[in-house]
Design a protein around this ligand. Structure first.
Ligand code: PGA
Length: 252
């Protein structure tokens, strides 16, 4: 059975006290839920990670970072290393989000190194892939996603890739209110699983959790998560309100 996952990507939002309030509210609301086989991850900005890991010790919250350096340590001002995240009790890290690809020029090659750094430090990468609107309209969506997988993940062994979570996030759906239809999400998730199966075999492909991201919210989560190959969601805007986030968790 694949782990069902809801991960909240807070992006660059919240003050310290907002973050504290939101974390506490999420933790309280998770107390009475049956989370067998499910994982609830919050990915706050780096400066609030410790707030989250402190709370994670006494709650059902698991903590993820939003980015990591491709270097082990040293003179890289402003960067955060995987060993630092590991030493704080961070278990996941979003990698290759389309905002980082677009604004910080992250490419698949650099992401392959970041994936390795995370795995070396027992952090599960949540590796994001997805096409822009033009690529969908030109019918290039499958090639784009396949390259994103091949170039950043396919150097891993079968045992290593089992420790990766993949998030399909069509760029045209992120923060736009234009969610992929459940059929569109399922089609791409099935393609991703098939691509993984061709490289690693079906057994391995079937253990990897595939999340959908892009305007997933309290209203549409249940239908999206009901698709055969959709194992949960990576949630941006709707993860900033405890009530919405919890409704999404309950949709798993
Ligand atoms: P959104 O963002 O839910 O606000 O569309 C998703 C993401 O960027 O991970």
């Amino acid at each position: 059975m694949r782990t069902k996952i809801v991960a909240g990507n807070w992006k660059m939002n919240m003050t310290f006290s907002d973050a504290e309030d939101l974390l506490v509210e999420i933790a309280e609301n998770l107390e009475d839920l049956n989370l067998d086989g499910k994982e609830v991850i919050v990915c706050p900005p780096t400066c609030f990670l410790e707030l989250a890991t402190d709370l994670a010790d006494e709650s059902r919250i698991t903590v993820g970072a939003q980015n990591v350096s491709e270097h082990e340590k040293g003179a890289y001002t402003g960067e955060v290393a995987a060993m630092m995240l590991e030493s704080m009790g961070v278990d996941f890290c979003i990698l290759g989000h389309s905002e980082r690809r677009a604004y910080y020029h992250e490419n698949n090659k650099a992401l392959a190194t970041k994936v390795d750094k995370c795995l070396e430090h027992s952090i599960t990468p949540i590796y994001c892939c997805g096409e822009v609107l033009e690529e969908r309209e030109n019918g290039k969506l499958y090639n784009v996603v396949k390259s994103q997988l091949e170039e950043a993940l396919f150097h891993l062994s079968g045992d290593e890739v089992k420790n990766v979570v993949i998030a399909y996030e069509p760029v045209w759906a992120i923060g736009t209110g234009k969610t992929a239809t459940p059929d569109q999400a399922q089609e791409m998730h099935a393609f991703i699983r098939k691509t993984l199966a061709e490289k690693y075999g079906e057994e391995t492909a079937n253990t990897i959790s595939l999340l959908y991201g892009g305007s997933c919210n309290a209203k549409n989560a249940k239908e999206l998560f009901g698709q055969k190959d959709v194992d949960g969601g990576l949630i941006g805007g709707a993860s900033l309100k405890a009530e919405d986030f919890i409704t999404i968790v309950k949709s798993l």
